[in-house]
Design a protein around this ligand. Sequence first.
Ligand code: KE4
Length: 411
Amino acid sequence: MPGGVNSPVRAFKSVGGQPIVFDHVKGAYIWDVDNNQYIDYVGTWGPAICGHAHPEVLQALSAALEKGTSFGAPCYLENVLAEMVIDAVPSIEMVRFVNSGTEACMAVLRLMRAFTGRDKIIKFEGNYHGHADMFLVKAGSGVATLGLPDSPGVPKAATQSTLTAPYNDLAAVKKLLEENPGEISGVILEPVVGNSGFVTPDAGFLQGLRDLTREHDTLLVFDEVMTGFRIAYGGAQEKFGVTPDLTTLGKIIGGGLPVGAYGGRRDIMEMIAPAGPVYQAGTLSGNPLAMTAGIKTLEILQRPGAYEQLETMTQKLITGLLAAAHDTGHAATGGNISAMFGMFFTDKEVHSYDDAKEADTEKFGCFHRGMLEAGIYLAPSQYEAGFMSLAHTDADIEKTIAAARQVLSEL
Ligand code: KE4
């Protein structure tokens, strides 16, 4: 397999060393094939928010298995998860399930263009919307991690309609909209960025985008593949009170199995085949196993106190990590919003991808390796975020902070 992995960011390229091969996960922990245990803050990049291999999810899956794994035809369960998503996410009146966040973003782009009759889109530098051609322009996540200029194999025709602006720069968006009157179908963004490292929207940024897109009759799309059901049960759009026209989801709604989704205003979603002319399809979309894992995960997240616990634990962690850095003489900034967090080795607040690129990625690599040796598994890239689960304990947090203090004191 190229690089020994099936997804580039797992290859540890930017933090040195070889990719670790894992054997099993449970709760807040992950074990490699040599039975070394780590406290896991990657959580399979978000889905494991209730803890890995949650007993109730496994139990629901084993019951579902008895009834088969895929029908290739409508099943009751996809209607159940659809209603849960519609009830939870303010912008979603109708939803379509697919098999990954990339697929969700590809489909939502086609839909934006079909609904508006316009080809151009605006995305933000350092934001990542999956690996489809038209999004591989100044993308985040693994593209940023590997410092790829943009991927070869992507024809100019695929990206010439993709305009970019710095994150948190409303003026740049306004300028693009004014320079391309009537040509921009929509603005798509991570409402809280997890793919340039952890970068939060400045006050007024999201509402500013909502106002600008309305003014220019342009759609606003929140890519909540990472933030959906993590920042709040209703996602960043609930947390910040800004409602986009369309939303993409993934990760958590699959509870660890492959699921993506896109949804939004009924008048837009009704353009999707077979209701309308915009084609999008998938053999395994809405399969009963993936629906089961998603339904049970969302049921667990609905329980009282879940998000308060996630906020408290994540705040305790990031506060401790930043203190460990400052007490050992390292410049570091960062923070959390609910169960998503991040830290940069820099003395400036990070508001954009350019800011993030000024962080000391070499120091991050040394820190990552030291933490790995101490039994703590952080995302293997400065341009990723951290993920807390309901399974992490105070003892896990304290061990993590103590390890960070030790590692940083030796750096
Ligand atoms: P997937 O195709 O990987 O399911 O989703 C793509 C995607 C879309 N939008 C956002 C905001 C995302 O964060 C992602 C995927 N996130 C990365 C982690 N940064 C997935 C990990 C990986 O690529 O291995």
